[in-house]
Design a protein around this ligand. Structure first.
Ligand code: GCO
Length: 453
């Protein structure tokens, strides 16, 4: 017998609320050296000894590139309104500047048309971290020229797909690219220099703003925005030192992105703290970053807790943990969303990623992932709580459609609601997939009842 699935009271979401599921190019596509695709910084980074926990790479990943139709059927089987995917820049423009690669574009046209044929709205992300290596070789995101290269790439893609995709996200998680990629060096391109990281963050934000302006000038009809990874950040204890440390971390990870995007300024306390590591900012940059957006996407996984001594650890906090060692805190999502609504004037908000890694076991064609199902159900309820408090929530997307390449953790961490057997590449929907499908069906019925009433 199957273990019982978690029960949460069925909340009533607005009829136009967008339910979705998400992936990213490097994590699922594979076909790393096919049909004219250029090298990305993640292709290169995976070759560095020790960079990836299991020594793996994205050469095959989930082989999504060759299994597109079957994967589209899996997405359709969920009954979602939207599918969030990213485009590999080096697949469509191998060197990041100059010639575009028609074979690469063709893959994404098939993807978008296949979604539309199945009644699913395509949500496209232009940059989910896999920068063309050729651009890295000339300085990458630390170099201002990359900003202009990105805008040219965005314009090309929007001209080809803009009428068919419902939404275009410029960047996924600038904090991760800047800090994990250029300060701690845990992610590609593996640089360790705080000043470089802050310059990268500035260039990502600037290229986002300039791309929005260019796309709108070109007449692009998709809704445009950015996706940030955010957490509520609190002190480990009420001590003045911990409170100050938490405030600074909130500044570095939340306000450093939200203030320029929504107020046109960097937070003064963080600017002062950074000293010589502040970015070079040209006179019109902040006005460009402050360009109004049609939506803001948020990726939420866990809360942040900060102690000045660095002594706090999630492992001893007493909260349940995921396989990433991250605390499970659904109420943290409500706290984050209501705080954002309070502190900034926001466009419609979407949770663009939310989900959890657990060690799954596939037995007789089933994965009884009760913990993941409960994680998703409790976080959807947390979004409902934010809505009830007046936050302009417009959608929610599960991370991720299927198990995939979890960056520096390789294939060891499984976030999918569909299990992938990496030896055979067989896909098996987990219980969480079945739960989400049934949940969406129930939402659909509520919508119909509301329409009929
Ligand atoms: C991110 C990325 C995803 C990750 C997911 C789980 O948020 O880091 O957008 O690519 O796989 O978050 O860590």
């Amino acid at each position: 017998m199957n273990p019982p699935l978690p029960q949460h009271p069925l909340q009533h979401f607005p009829a136009d609320f967008v339910w979705g599921v998400a992936t990213s190019s490097f994590q699922i596509e594979g076909a790393a050296h096919e049909d004219g695709k250029g090298e990305s910084i993640w292709d290169r980074f995976c070759r560095q000894p020790g960079a990836i926990a299991d020594g793996s790479n994205g050469d095959t990943a989930c082989d999504h590139y060759h299994r597109l139709e079957a994967d589209l059927d899996l997405i359709a089987g969920l009954g979602v309104d939207a599918y969030r995917f990213s485009m590999s820049w080096p697949r469509v423009q191998p060197d990041g500047r100059g010639a575009f690669n028609e074979a690469g574009m063709h893959f994404y046209e098939r993807l978008v048309d296949g979604l539309i044929a199945r009644g699913i709205k395509p949500y496209l992300t232009l940059n989910h971290w896999d920068l063309p290596q050729a651009l890295q070789d000339s300085g990458g995101w630390a170099h201002r020229e990359t900003v202009h290269a990105f805008v040219a790439y965005a314009r090309f893609v929007a001209k080809r797909l803009g009428e068919r995709v419902a939404a275009i996200t410029t960047h996924n998680e600038p904090w991760v690219m800047a800090v994990l990629g250029h300060e701690t060096g845990l992610f590609a391109p593996g640089i360790r220099h705080r000043g470089t990281a802050m310059q990268v963050a500035h260039h990502l934000l600037l290229s986002h703003g300039l791309a929005l302006q260019a796309l709108r000038a070109d007449g692009c009809t998709s809704r445009l925005g950015i996706v940030l990874n955010l957490s509520p950040i609190g002190p480990a204890t009420p001590s003045a030192e911990d409170v100050a440390a938490a405030r600074l971390e909130d500044g570095r990870s939340v306000r450093w992105y939200m203030d320029p995007l929504f107020k046109g300024e960097y937070p003064a306390d963080v600017w002062q703290h950074l000293g010589v590591d502040v970015p070079q900012v040209q006179p019109d940059d902040l006005a460009a970053i402050n360009t109004p957006m049609d939506f803001l996407g948020i990726n939420y996984y866990t809360r942040g807790v900060v102690s000045a001594s660095g002594a706090w650890s999630a492992q001893t906090s007493g909260k349940p943990l995921t396989d990433m060692g991250w605390e499970i805190v659904p109420e943290g999502l409500t706290e984050l969303l209501t705080r954002m609504h309070r502190d900034w004037t926001l466009p419609p908000l979407y949770v663009k990623e939310n989900g959890a890694a657990f060690q799954d076991t596939l037995v007789k064609g089933c994965v009884h992932d009760v913990e993941r199902t409960d994680y998703i159900a409790s976080h959807i309820a947390a979004v409902g709580d934010a809505l009830a408090q007046g936050v302009p929530m417009a959608g929610y997307m599960v991370w991720s459609l299927m198990d995939n390449f979890e960056w520096a953790s390789g294939y060891a961490k499984r976030f999918g609601i569909v299990h992938v057997d990496y030896a055979t590449l067989t896909r098996t929907p987990k219980d969480s997939y079945l739960w989400y499908r049934d949940f969406l069906l129930a939402q659909q019925r509520l919508r119909q009842q509301a329409l009929a009433a």
